[in-house]
Ligand binder design. Structure first.
Ligand code: NAP
Length: 238
């Protein structure tokens, strides 16, 4: 068991969104087995209470459910994300830009997390630690972009990073102890990264990545509000 007594108070609840994805499931299971002092709730398009980032209604319904339960929710980890599917591969050049691909990327990578904050805002405690962590990607860093390409993924993650910054400011007005971050999980062996694993990349298992991400989250304080961090706790420039 991990003693992270500084992490979150006993008896609080944590929500993991995208808890059926490669990293999300590993985070959910790691919290369940290693962090006994928390109640962890996994949400996805397939869970009992469903969250689909295409459906504002599903997000509102889920939030209303948790509001009605009066749970002390102290952390929401957003692990949902989209890079490619059978119809769309990351764009290699401008000529590959496609409206449906872009729309899908923005719905899942940026609009969904913004709506989560909109509807879950009323359950954010007015004092004491609260964390809203969003899995972003280093390729969403504008200053780090030296290669181009991957238009939809890069720009929708850059939008997510901007949303995190906006939300961190408003969250801080509600609760001075709240922390909203974007996190780069590194390259992790999941379905999302499968076609893009190159030699020389440090590809980690979902379980290792989950432990590293949770180590970072458990070490956060208010000074990290609005930051973009990687799994080694290093700040990434936006
Ligand atoms: N793996 C990596 O190397 C890597 C690197 C950098 C950043 N990331 C980021 O880390 C996060 C997790 O990635 P992963 O590797 O775990 O990917 P993954 O295994 O493909 O999981 C993606 C998750 O997103 C969910 N999702 C997809 N469409 C959704 C929708 N419309 N509404 C709600 N949820 C939806 C999926 O649920 P369904 O099963 O219902 O589709 C699944 O739970 C993503 O944001 C990704 O961009 C990953």
């Amino acid at each position: 068991m991990v003693d992270k007594s500084n992490f979150l108070p006993e008896g609080t609840s944590i929500i993991v969104i995208g808890s059926n994805g490669g990293i999300g499931e590993a985070i959910y299971k790691t919290i369940e087995s290693n962090y006994t002092f928390n109640n962890v709730i996994g949400l996805s398009r397939k869970s009992e209470i469903k969250i689909n980032y295409y459906s504002e209604e599903s997000i509102k319904k889920a939030a209303d459910y948790f509001i009605s339960k009066s749970l002390d929710i102290r952390m929401i980890i957003n692990c949902a994300g989209f890079l490619y599917d059978k119809d769309f591969l990351p764009e290699k050049s401008i000529k590959d830009i496609n409206i449906d691909h872009m729309q899908k990327s923005f719905y899942i990578n940026s609009v969904g997390p913004a709506l989560i904050m909109k509807y879950f805002f009323p359950i954010i405690p007015k004092e004491g630690k609260f964390i809203f962590a969003n899995l972003s990607a280093k390729v969403g860093s504008i200053s780090d972009n030296k290669l181009g390409g991957w238009f939809s993924y890069r720009s929708s993650k850059a939008a997510l990073n901007q949303l995190v910054r906006c939300m961190s400011i408003e969250l801080n007005r509600r609760n001075k102890d709240s922390i909203c971050v974007a996190m780069h999980p590194g390259t992790v062996d999941t379905n999302l990264s499968k076609p893009f694993k190159k030699k020389g990349l440090n590809v980690r298992s979902p379980n290792i990545a989950a432990s590293e991400i949770l180590d970072v989250l458990s070490s956060l304080d208010e000074s990290h509000n609005g930051k973009f961090l990687d799994y080694k706790f290093k700040e990434i420039a936006f």
